[in-house]
Ligand binder design. Structure first.
Ligand code: PLP
Length: 398
């Protein structure tokens, strides 16, 4: 037995050490000591799912017909409801049979789309900082990742185009995400995506747009869907989720829509890997899409007020934070005199230790995230005010 050693696959070794590990361990130990940590670390909505969705879930769960395996790509009525929603919200026509697939949350769908589209020798291009799965799903598929800095949306697109033109072999997939996690950056209008479509066609690059925060917008801003750009279906797909707009993160349901070949390839992978989402969740999601537009508006108003509390509060202590018009995050650069040269991970550890506030260090999202912190707007306004007071006390004490 002495020589026997279990060796996980090489692909596991392509993943870096988990950057939230130290932070999570400290949070756990603080909580064990009954210390109240204000947790703004993760974009995990704390507000309840609208009651009508929960009621439908319970009712459908009791029906024996929903207790079997469902269909991997989602039942037809669910895909049809998604097509109606895209028509209503973004004026996009989609065929429920060939252009829409349901996923076990958009993260699962995105990961398997990478597996369906990329393999050893292929490259995907993505902006840094990034939502981690945008990098690691590519790595897990055995492909390479090339990054460009996300300083601002226009420049990063120019950089992506420049890199794609110069790199050989050319990247096969371009990954975009607006409103963006973690930076909360947004694009002004559909012109941005029209440029992407033209370029993708010219260079034969497939596009994956993560639109998880497409409905989480403030101040009257309406995020454009990549699918509304003329020709988008020829070059790519867009992912949406039920997690954020409807506070259904635990339900695990999202969608990919768009290019038939890509949807079909994802369907093939999923057909082997899963038997579909619990049908009661699919039925509850149909009700959500039919009946909960108003709930989304109310939720967005909450995020907007919380955003103002955090941005105004942090600006008062010298952080120079811009108010985002989308996503559920504030992305803030820590002034050097306050971080005292510490990297964002150590600064986040200090905030947890001495201010009892948990926020995500920008470095966890890539090199270009260093010196920034990502604050999730998941707690209520009073708790956010308390968080700002705690941070203020910590940074002013030095
Ligand atoms: C940009 C982005 N995409 C996808 C997801 C995952 O969403 P889902 O719950 O649908 O898997 C998140 C969750 O935080 C996200 O921020």
């Amino acid at each position: 037995m002495e020589d026997f050693k279990i060796e996980p696959a090489e692909r596991i070794k392509r993943l870096p050490p988990y950057l939230f590990g130290r932070l999570n361990a400290l949070k756990h130990s603080k909580r064990q000591q009954q210390i109240d940590i204000i947790d703004l670390g993760m974009g995990n909505p704390l507000d309840p799912t609208p009651q009508v969705i929960v009621d439908k879930l319970c009712e459908a769960a009791r029906d024996q017909r929903n207790q079997r395996y469902s269909v991997s790509k989602g039942v037809f009525n669910l895909r049809r409801e998604m097509a109606l929603k895209y028509k209503r919200k973004w004026d996009v026509e989609l065929d429920p049979n060939s252009e829409i697939i349901a996923c076990v949350g958009s993260k699962e769908g995105f990961s398997h789309m990478c597996l369906a589209m990329l393999g050893p020798g292929d490259t995907a291009i993505v902006a840094d900082p990034a939502f981690p799965i945008h990098i690691y799903a590519v790595a897990l598929a055995g492909a390479n990742v090339v990054t460009v800095p996300l300083g601002n949306t226009e420049q990063s697109l120019k950089d992506m185009i420049h890199v794609c033109e110069k790199l050989y072999p050319r990247p096969k997939v371009m990954i975009l995400n607006f409103p963006h996690n973690p930076t909360a950056m947004t694009v002004d209008d559909i012109g941005y995506f029209e440029t992407v479509v033209d370029f993708a066609k010219k260079m034969h690059i497939a596009v994956i747009h993560d639109f998880a925060y497409g409905e989480t917008c403030f101040d009257g801003y309406k995020a454009p869907s990549f699918m509304s750009a003329k020709g988008a279906k020829d070059v790519g797909v867009e992912f949406t989720t039920m997690s954020k707009p409807y506070n259904m993160a635990g339900f695990r349901i999202g969608f990919a829509v768009g290019n038939k070949t890509m949807i079909d390839a994802l369907g093939t992978v999923k057909g082997y890997y899963d038997y579909g989402i619990f049908q009661a969740i699919q039925i509850a999601s149909i009700v959500a899409m039919r009946e909960c537009d108003k709930d989304i508006e109310e939720q967005n108003l909450k995020y907007q007020s919380r955003r103002d509390v955090i941005c105004d509060g942090l600006n008062q202590i010298g952080w120079q934070v811009e108010k985002p018009r989308g996503s559920m995050f504030v992305w803030a650069r820590v002034p050097e005199e306050q971080s005292k040269g510490k990297g964002s991970i150590d600064f986040a550890m200090d905030l947890m230790e001495y201010a009892n506030v948990s926020i995500a260090p920008g470095r966890a999202f890539g090199e270009n995230g260093e010196h920034y912190m990502r604050i999730a707007l998941v707690e209520n306004e009073n708790r956010l005010r308390q968080a700002v007071r705690n941070i203020k006390r910590f940074v002013q004490k030095g």
